[in-house]
Design a protein around this ligand. Structure first.
Ligand code: GLC
Length: 542
């Protein structure tokens, strides 16, 4: 298998051989709380990740994306950051981070991390200062404080809703000379939005980026990269959206997101990153309009944009093909390749989304082969390589703020965030020394563990390992363009122009004839005759 060559420079630990390593890399999202727990408190941590780097190397991914591990009250599990330049003691400390980066690089794995520039935690010292200060003060000007829209100040400044449910505004209690101003939070009330018109805010993000770049990170995932800037005057939403579970982008024009000013922020970010060789940034961009999406990946903005079309597609050939074609179209004329993902910590796991049980698993495996056949970077979510389903959690276990904010009508995202099963036959399957994990692990996951799957050639883990090895080492996987083949109803087939890999997918209920070629890999068993592709199956051929 082709490996990244490590080129060590005298001054640090970075991989420097390929400026554009991210163009066709396979990224693996580590949901830090749930990957591996080394200190036995039932919550994953940095040392836990370090202890499992051998697994990630074996799996064959190129780079990691670590979800936030910064000091945080954990209202939104780390996406409420109270200090962006430190490590929360739950997860370790800066030394643990440095050790993780050094060891990952030693193994040829790049490390990218989340940054959360749209908002802070309400425990961030800036917000604490703002609450203590008076309306109109410089402290308040770092956030979006406004007076109420009516005479008494008791109506919110506009009709914006929070992505997690309820109004996007919370009012401070009245004080002397202060009727009680409102502050904006597009997410939970504990996540106040920053005021990006304030130069302090940009300067602070720049400091944060440099801080981690200097420590050797290879890139960033920019949280809510379509947020940050807000339109002048904060105009009302034409159609307030109640709850947006899973944060799926709305199809309507939404003044809360994608304001023009956001692009200046991305230019600033790019200028910082460009001072460091071989680093990158990908933005979480929930915009439905292709032209709007393309603006984020102009040459002086983000290197990559998260593209959620495949994740949003049904298990249906027409829907999958449309998602692929639209994704490719959206990046045409921009320097960035399309990115591909079918899963993350905000969405229902593919096995469950595609129907659950054996059928759901077969379909998730098939979609994984489609994803990994496509040209450009692929983002995997930890546990998908084990075929994990979503977990049905009892009410008492739910922690996602969506649950509470929606008035307990939306169960939120905890179901895809359960701790990973590593070995053994009882929970928590080697994830932690402690039986009490932050989210309960199902009692029937013994067959899902890494240990149970590693030596089984038919396991989902083996499928991912083979797929990643081929994707990285086989010359069929070159060429940025696709050509589509005619395919029976419910099926699709494309060929990568260049290397010539053919990928076929059967989402119909019946077997169909196999596309021509020699089979490299299939997502499920093929009949011995070799001339048919069963339902819920994808195949790679050359
Ligand atoms: C992003 C994250 C999500 C988080 C939200 C607020 O969408 O992926 O998990 O809740 O931002 O920071």
């Amino acid at each position: 298998m082709a490996r990244l060559t490590l080129v060590r420079r005298a001054d640090d630990r970075r991989l420097t051989d390929d400026e554009d390593w991210w163009r066709d890399a396979t990224f693996y999202q580590v949901y830090v709380r749930s990957f591996a727990d080394a200190d036995g408190d039932g919550i994953g941590d940095l040392e836990g990740i370090r202890s499992r780097l051998g697994y990630l190397e074996l799996l064959g991914v190129d780079a990691l994306w670590l979800t936030p591990f910064f000091p945080s009250p954990m209202v939104d599990h780390g996406y409420d950051v109270s200090d962006p330049r430190a490590v929360d003691p739950l997860f370790g400390d800066l030394n643990a981070f440095d050790r993780l980066i050094a060891d990952a690089h030693q193994r040829g794995l790049r490390v990218t991390i989340d940054v959360v520039p749209n908002h802070t935690s309400d425990r961030h010292e800036w917000f604490q200062e703002a609450v203590a200060a008076a309306p109109g003060s410089p402290e308040r000007a770092r956030y979006l404080f406004r007076d109420g829209s009516d005479f008494s100040g008791s109506r919110p400044p506009n009709n914006w809703t929070s992505t997690f449910g309820g109004p996007a505004w919370t009012r401070l209690p009245p004080k002397m000379n202060d009727a009680g101003q409102w502050y904006l939070h597009l997410f939970a009330p504990e996540q106040p939005d920053l005021n990006w018109d304030n130069p302090d805010v940009a300067a602070d993000l720049e400091r944060t980026l440099r801080f981690w770049l200097d420590r050797g990170v290879d890139g960033f995932r920019i949280d809510v990269a379509h947020g940050m800037a807000k339109p002048a005057g904060l105009p009302d939403m034409a159609h307030p959206i109640e709850v947006c579970p899973g944060l799926l982008g709305a199809e309507v024009v939404d003044p809360r997101f994608d304001a023009d000013g956001v692009h200046d922020i991305h230019r600033m970010i790019r200028q910082v990153i460009d001072k460091y060789p071989a680093r990158m940034a990908i933005g979480e961009i929930w915009v439905s309009d292709d032209a709007a999406f393309a603006r984020y990946i102009r040459p002086d903005e983000l290197h990559l944009g998260f593209n959620f079309r495949l994740l949003q597609a049904d298990f249906d050939a027409v829907s999958v093909r449309e998602a692929i074609e639209r994704s490719l179209m959206a990046v045409q004329g921009s320097p960035a390749p399309a990115t591909w993902t079918i899963s993350n910590h905000d969405s229902v796991r593919p096995v469950t989304r595609y129907g659950g049980g054996e059928v759901g698993l077969a379909r998730a495996r098939a979609l994984a082969l489609v994803q990994l056949a496509l040209p450009g970077p692929a983002y995997l979510y930890n546990g998908d390589e084990l075929g994990l389903p979503n977990v049905e959690l009892p009410d008492w276990a739910l922690q996602d703020p969506v649950w509470k904010r929606s008035g307990r009508t939306e169960r939120g995202r905890d179901g895809c965030r359960a701790p990973l099963p590593w070995q053994g036959s009882i929970p928590p399957y080697g994830f932690s020394l402690s039986p009490g994990t932050w989210l309960p692990v199902p009692g029937n996951w013994g067959g899902h563990t890494v240990e149970a799957q590693l030596e089984d050639p038919n396991s989902t883990l083996s499928l991912y390992r083979q797929a990643l090895e081929l994707r990285k080492g086989h010359n069929a996987f070159t060429g940025a363009e696709l050509e589509w083949y005619g395919a029976p109803p419910g099926c699709l087939a494309f060929r990568r122009k260049g290397g010539g890999l053919v990928c076929g997918l059967n989402t119909s209920g019946a077997q169909v004839s196999m596309p021509l070629g020699q089979v490299l890999l299939s997502s499920g068993p093929l009949p011995p005759s070799g001339d048919v592709l069963p339902p819920d199956t994808a195949v790679w051929l050359v």
